[in-house]
Design a protein around this ligand. Sequence first.
Ligand code: ADE
Length: 232
Amino acid sequence: MRITILTLFPSVINEYINSSIIKRAIDNDNCAIEVVNFRDFSENKHKKVDDYQFGGGGGMVLSLQPIVDAIKFYKKENSKVILLTPSGKKYKSSFAKELSLEKHLIFIAGHYEGFDERLNNYVDEEISIGDYVLTGGELPALVIVDSIVRLIPNVISKESLISESFEDNLLDYPVYTKPIDFEGHKVPEVLIGGNHKSIEEFRYKSKLAKTKLNRYDLYKEHIKNKKGINNE
Ligand code: ADE
């Protein structure tokens, strides 16, 4: 997979993608990531990328020309262009799976007040990572890139992907390591016993309890789907 990130702050992106699992994925040719400063595309003699908004109101708006020219330069037939904005569709695990199958993703990370609405004519998808407003799209771009890259075959072990949060609308089960007793907090006995059926049961019950407590919306979905399966 190829990923292109258009941003005014390439160093923020580069710092992250040049570490840990993403760096390994790049080094192993599982993916290629190019980070582009769309200011370089500005035709303005001062390399300006924003302007005042029509109709009044505070804050600057990112101009179309530099971003659209950057999109046109990098976009190929198989590219999907994604705009990071708090007004986009809410990002979730199923979205990550879909995007991980794409050949080329172009992310646009903006700053300032926002994008000129007409940018939508050049974009395939608008995505928000949650119901809060950040100062820019760099962190959302990294959140999405990170969640996608780990799903590319051979980036992390298949085993790690089999049971993880959000599969079947359940959060992940709790994990423990040594020591068995830490300041009186003990590892559940069932995990030490080696009875695989009991361990599986324990993990499923733990997932249910945690999801019910922290994400009642997902819990309801899980129960609904389970009933559906049992009724078939
Ligand atoms: N830019 C600013 N806030 C954002 C958010 N919540 N999601 C995506 N892009 C953003």
